[in-house]
Design a protein around this ligand. Structure first.
Ligand code: NAD
Ligand code: UGA
Length: 459
């Protein structure tokens, strides 16, 4: 079949895979190819067992793979053929040199820019899909313009707002799509090409167009605002535990104010995931580099509060269990950074496990999707960690259960059976406030929610 245009995406990860699958599904006249340097990942995308767990994604991939969606390691070939290139490579926090621990590590992104320059034979639109520091497009343009020979590259920013676990819905019915372009005739023409792709399934009024720098910065700001809400509610959860107030009641009461809104007010053991911390630290670094110390300090507190919440959770476990958990088995229910994903990047579970091991506890980890990643993350830790796909087995002979991830199935477990199999007194630390605390207390558990009064059988 003759395709109208060739779309290439460099980076077959959590963003590249699902976003391109959505474009391929909705735009059958486009040929969409995703390339990656990771041959194993490409092999998995081409297999019956795709490399990421995301509800509804495998069905879409099965529908379009081999028709107008292709996965490959042929990067140079892909660049040559492409009319539009999305760059969706990872941009983690830098771990070395200037800006270590804060700035974005742009080496993968820069490698792709050089590859595009080296292999392009005609004009192209380059779309930044990765989350990048504001004004990164300027650097991309400098690299691309270093090439002689009359080839034109027009750079657009099209940050991605999908959340893991709901990626398919977020892509098919997004709140908005954001496209930033230079306000020049060439920039606006490139912007129109991208708008036309999304307009296949997204109402035009939801496609926001801005200047390039606003689009780049909006992405960092959106994540900073979302994370800030979680840190705010978590800060108040600590106060609730002292004042006998209830954080769920407070979240409902304040969230009913339409100016505040009810979403993202669930108190928790802290936010995880590959992006919130990375993007806020990047924002902090950018502010510092512009000399905006107060602005940087303000946003950095969101991350500090999150660290405090994770530490506070384990300290609470130790204090409740008579100040010692040495030699005691603790079952962690969940290791993924949120429900409906197998992703464990920056999951609070990692710090909780490390802190429990430091207290010489035994840790039994269960999770419906993330055990493989958990094993990899905890490689090299001592032998006091075990992995169990069955939560009932994980809880056997444990002194305590700590709920780390809000998997729906944990609400429906037979906690009477679990209670009978545990050491007594049995404890539950509900780091997500998803369980029926009154019922657990009646069964005999000592229950410690987040931001609510503990229910204990002790005098
Ligand atoms: P990821 O690590 O899952 O995927 C990135 C892929 O890029 C990897 O497979 C890697 O092998 C590949 N890659 C790196 N360098 C390459 C190169 N030179 N050539 C070809 N392939 C290369 O990362 P991700 O979670 O998909 O995130 C990608 C970007 O999107 C990041 O900037 C992230 O901040 C942003 N983002 C992520 C999410 C999310 O939910 N994960 C949501 C919105 C935005
Ligand atoms: C987040 C944003 O929601 C996406 O819009 C963005 O595109 C993405 O980051 C990104 O840039 O990578 P994601 O990290 O996948 O998406 O998941 P979220 O639903 O935002 O949850 C992040 C963390 O916050 C999780 O650990 C979650 O459990 C926690 N959380 C969320 C809370 O503790 N309380 C809440 O009320 C909501």
């Amino acid at each position: 079949m003759e395709f109208k245009k060739n779309i290439l995406c460099i980076g077959a990860g959590y963003v590249g895979g699902p976003t391109m699958a959505a474009i391929a599904l909705k735009c059958p006249e486009l040929r969409v190819e995703i390339v990656d340097i990771n041959a194993e990942r490409i092999r998995q995308w081409n297999s019956g067992d795709i490399p990421i767990f995301e509800p509804g994604l495998a069905e879409i991939v099965n529908q379009v793979r081999g028709k107008n969606l292709f996965f490959s390691t042929e990067i140079a070939e892909g660049i040559k053929k492409a009319d539009i290139i999305f760059v969706s490579v990872n941009t983690p926090t830098k771990t070395f040199g200037e800006g270590a621990g804060m700035a974005s590590d742009l080496q993968h992104w820069e490698n792709t820019a050089h590859a595009i320059v080296a292999h392009s034979q005609g004009d192209k639109i380059i779309v930044e899909k990765s989350t990048l520091p504001v004004r990164t497009a300027e650097a991309m343009e400098r690299i691309l313009k270093a090439r002689r020979g009359g080839i034109r590259f027009e750079v657009l920013s099209n940050p991605e707002f999908l959340a893991e676990g709901s990626a398919v819905m977020d892509l098919l019915e997004p709140d908005r799509v954001l496209i930033g372009a230079h306000r020049t005739p060439e920039g606006l023409a490139a912007e129109k090409e991208l708008v036309d792709i999304y307009a296949h399934w997204i109402p035009r009024e939801k496609i926001i167009t801005t200047n390039l720098w606003s689009a780049e910065l909006s992405k960092l700001v959106a994540n900073a605002f979302l994370a800030q809400r979680i840190s705010s509610v978590n800060a108040i959860s600590a106060l609730c535990e002292k004042a006998d107030a209830d954080i769920s009641e407070i979240a409902y009461a304040i969230g009913s104010d339409s100016r505040i809104g009810s979403k993202f007010l669930n108190a928790s053991i802290g936010f995880g995931g590959s992006c919130f911390q990375k993007d806020i630290l990047n924002l902090v670094y950018i502010c510092k580099s512009y000399g905006l110390t107060e602005v940087a300090d303000y946003w950095e507190l969101v991350v500090k509060m999150n660290e405090y919440q994770k530490r506070r959770f384990v300290q609470g476990i130790v204090r409740a269990m008579f100040n010692t958990i040495a030699g005691k088995k603790i079952a962690l229910f969940g290791f993924a950074f949120k429900a409906n994903t197998g992703d464990t990047r920056e999951s609070p579970a990692f710090q909780v496990t490390r802190d429990l091991l430091e207290e010489h506890a035994y840790v039994a980890i269960t999770d419906p999707q993330a055990l493989g990643n958990a094993k990899q993350d905890l490689q090299g830790t001592n032998g006091r960690v075990s992995y169990e796909s069955d939560p009932y087995k994980a809880a056997e002979d444990a002194y305590a259960i700590a709920v780390i991830t809000e998997w729906e199935e944990y609400r429906h477990l037979d906690f009477e059976r679990i209670y009978r199999s545990m050491k007594k007194p049995a404890f539950i630390f509900d780091g997500r406030n998803i369980l029926d605390h009154g019922k657990l207390y009646e069964i005999g558990f000592n229950v410690y929610p987040i931001g609510k009064k503990a229910l204990t059988h002790f005098e």
